[in-house]
Design a protein around this ligand. Structure first.
Ligand code: IPD
Ligand code: CA
Ligand code: CA
Length: 290
């Protein structure tokens, strides 16, 4: 993806120090949200659909977001914010924009399926550069910043070395508009399941990206996402040596909602297959590779 205009991060402290300050604040916010998510676990009083069928919001989403916002605002009152539950504060095109998903994997959480996380990313001039993702159920804190590397629970992480799509384990997801469009990822999911070692649908985009970053998974693609689903994970994955683009390998645009994110080794092959399956007759590939 495009490299951030780091020269414009600002004068004063050296760049690395500034990024590490942002990372520390993102981490504090993710951990604070994690406490809320743990406290509300199994005790939800309100689970409502907020728009499309299946798009849920609970008091855990709202309380976790309040905890995150308090921390970000305390440290960076001038920065803009895009938060899933409370919306936009400041200019989305501002130099500094925090993209916040207080509970990524709300459906899992509401069903007490323990796979969710708080995800906090910072975009500088539109480019994700810092991310912190905390999964309180596995007690895993993923962090990363451009130029500073990535860690899981303070241990350095790196993408896998799998270099053939046929030997890869992938992950994807399905957006809440999936009943409204034929561009719903169903063909892609089945086709890639057919030609790889498997495709998981774990239900939390941020954790999907973090798992590619630490080599548990080799690649991820999805459509219909929002900047808060992606910002932190993209920063962490790139810091861990991964590659992030559009499906066709053009530069990634977080506003497009579409992402292809891999260990780099299988990127070209996965891109090719995603473009291929979108062009052929549905199910025409069945049986072709046995
Ligand atoms: C959802 C999850 C899911 C993805 C959806 C997202 P939410 O976020 O990340 O994995 O497939 O598209 O909207 O609603 O649980 O924050
Ligand atoms: Ca989300
Ligand atoms: Ca969410």
């Amino acid at each position: 993806m495009n490299s951030p205009q780091l020269s414009s991060i600002g004068a004063g402290a050296p760049l690395e120090n500034q990024l590490s300050t942002y990372l520390d604040v993102a981490t504090a916010a993710a951990l604070a949200a994690g406490e809320v998510l743990q406290a509300c676990w199994g005790k939800l009083e309100s689970i409502v659909e907020k728009g499309r069928p299946g798009d849920l919001v609970t008091e855990a989403d709202k309380q976790a977001e309040a905890a995150i916002l308090a921390i970000i605002r305390q440290h960076f009152p001038d920065h803009s914010i895009l938060a899933e539950e409370s919306g936009q504060f400041g200019d989305l095109n501002a130099e500094y924009l925090w993209a916040i998903d207080p509970l990524d994997g709300t459906t899992n959480y509401a069903h007490q399926y323990p796979f969710s996380a708080a995800s906090i990313g910072l975009l500088i001039n539109g480019v994700p550069v810092v991310g912190a993702i905390f999964d309180p159920f596995h007690k895993e804190l993923f962090r990363g910043a451009v130029g500073l590397g990535a860690t899981c629970n303070d241990k350095p992480i790196h993408v896998s070395s799998v270099n053939k799509l046929a030997q890869s384990l992938l992950v994807t997801g399905f957006a809440y508009d999936r009943r409204e469009t034929l561009d719903n990822n169903y063909q892609e999911f089945c086709y890639l399941t057919h030609i790889t070692q498997g495709v998981r649908r774990a239900g939390a985009a941020s954790v999907d990206l973090a798992y590619v970053a630490c080599g548990r998974l080799d690649g991820y693609w999805e459509r219909g996402l929002s900047p808060w689903d992606l910002a932190a994970g993209v920063a962490i994955l790139e810091a861990a040596g991964g590659t992030v683009t559009a499906y066709d390998r053009r530069p990634f645009d977080i506003r497009s909602g579409r992402i292809l994110a891999t260990n780099g080794q299988i990127h070209a092959e996965l891109s090719q297959e995603l473009l291929h399956v979108a062009q052929i007759e549905p199910w025409s590939w069945l049986g072709v590779r046995g």
